[in-house]
Design a protein around this ligand. Structure first.
Ligand SMILES: [Zn+2]
Length: 345
């Protein structure tokens, strides 16, 4: 990966991570993708469902789709409590215990925004003697609005109510040592890599060796992102999504992960082997891993009837669905592997 490609990809990541986009509220992220792809000279399409798809060209047959998702975890206001605090329901697998103390924005359905913080009930350690032993859950972690509200009527007067979105601050940082820390690297880091790849392709004037589509889905975290709008000639669907990093897995944040099997079952034999061969050819540091708790847009595409070969591949991400961490070396490895696998002519 050239330095210019890396810098451009990291810039896409910073910009995309700064746009709040929990599943169900992704229009701004989709608009950003449309704009970037149009600037590159492509003709992206926003689907009826809200995904962004673009055809990058290609020769021959056997189309390949690379799919990343730009929807993220988040929450929705479920009820306003009598004391003016907000009870929320998680969107996707947002975890109450690692989201406690995070800053949030409450985004009303008419687009107004209010600051707040996720806090466990009765959060002052000098007042609540049971604070340490309280098990955190969405029954007791609530939004404390940074507004002068004392009761439900005060909150209603602000126009906040059930069905409003709660955006969790991503806290994006890129360290001098190359670590990338942020919520929602899953899967905006991979989406940025796909944008970087599209820009690289345009710059270099290369044509993919087979028809190539990018699909930026918007309902992955709630389980049906990849279920719709697949091209009729599609032969292979690769989810470019976060690689797992953790106990007994080979992948680190500085590598690209190739998923041989996730919770739904094995990836396609040929696709896994093809990706391993491509990683070896281009020298990308990689690990082949089995993910214990993981479903992807590729699984969803298959479950919805697509007759495609499939796999999941992506940069290693530690502390997934929490305050996540990856590394520029993992970005480079993923970019290089995809570039090699796509095989430009
Ligand atoms: Zn993901």
């Amino acid at each position: 990966m050239q330095q210019q490609d890396l810098e451009r990809t990291l810039q896409y990541a910073r910009e995309l991570l700064a746009i709040h986009s929990p599943s169900g509220c992704t229009a701004a992220a989709a608009d950003y993708l449309m704009e970037q792809l149009q600037k590159m000279g492509y003709e992206p399409v926003k689907t009826n469902k809200g995904a962004v798809q673009v055809y990058l060209g290609g020769k021959g047959e056997g189309a390949l789709m690379l799919a990343s998702h730009v929807d993220t975890l988040g929450a929705m206001v479920r009820a306003v409590k009598a004391n003016g605090r907000l009870r929320v329901a998680p969107i996707g697998g947002l975890n109450a215990s690692n989201t406690e103390t995070e800053n949030v924005i409450v985004h009303t359905r008419d687009g107004r925004e209010f600051d707040g913080t996720l806090q466990v009930e009765d959060a002052s350690v000098h007042v609540n003697g049971k604070l340490k032993e309280t098990l955190r859950s969405w029954d007791n972690v609530e939004v404390v609005l940074d507004e002068d509200v004392k009761n439900a009527a005060d909150v209603a007067a602000l126009g906040i109510g059930a069905g409003d979105f709660v955006f969790v601050e991503p806290r994006t940082r890129v360290t001098a040592s190359g670590y990338i820390k942020s919520r929602f690297l899953d899967d905006k880091l991979s989406a940025s890599i796909l944008l970087g790849l599209a820009a690289h392709l345009k710059d270099s004037g290369l044509v993919p060796a087979r028809p190539l589509y990018l699909n930026f889905t918007t309902y992955e975290e709630v389980g049906h992102g990849g279920a719709a709008d697949l091209p009729a000639d599609l032969a292979e669907f690769i989810s470019v999504d976060m690689g797992c990093v953790g106990d007994d897995l080979g992948c680190t944040e500085r590598m690209v992960s190739i998923c041989a099997m996730d919770s739904r079952g094995p990836s396609s034999f040929e696709t896994v082997n093809g990706l391993v061969d491509a990683a070896r050819r281009c020298g990308a540091p990689y690990a082949v891993d089995v993910y214990p708790f993981y479903g992807s847009d590729a699984d969803v595409a298959l479950a919805s009837g697509a007759g495609v070969r499939h796999c999941v591949v992506g940069p290693g991400v530690y502390a997934s669905h929490g305050y996540e961490r990856s590394h520029v070396e993992g970005v480079k490895a993923t970019f290089d592997l995809l570039r090699e696998y796509v095989d430009f002519v």
